[in-house]
Design a binder for this molecule. Sequence first.
Ligand SMILES: [Ca+2]
Ligand SMILES: [Ca+2]
Length: 137
Amino acid sequence: MMTLASGNKVTSNESHYLRLVNGPGQCAGRVEIYHSGKWGMICDDSWDKADADVVCRQLDCGSAINATIGAYYGRGTGDIWLDDVECVGNETHILNCPSKQFDHNCGHKEDAGVICSGKRIAHFANHLLCHLDTFCV
Ligand SMILES: [Ca+2]
Ligand SMILES: [Ca+2]
């Protein structure tokens, strides 16, 4: 079940000026970065699991299950802050990855997103208790 393009439902977990918007839980959604007083998006050119891993880790959401492309979680509005992101996967911040920062050749139909695993924090009997989210695996 997906709610596309409603635009501003924010189920976010904000950390280090990074948030996930419009997803079904706190650890999935369109990636937005705060810069220069505004939230902006990431273009999906070169967007892949290594890049998504960095975002997931940064938000304490475990590792990436998927890197979503093509505005899977709806089109954002405003600026596109990053394009051609080329993380190795072990960077501590998405801005530490090589990319075209604050410059791009994209439109919002290319807004990037992530689906993260969530973070498993404890086992109780047969139950898995997950930190932050529903995507615990
Ligand atoms: Ca990449
Ligand atoms: Ca590009």
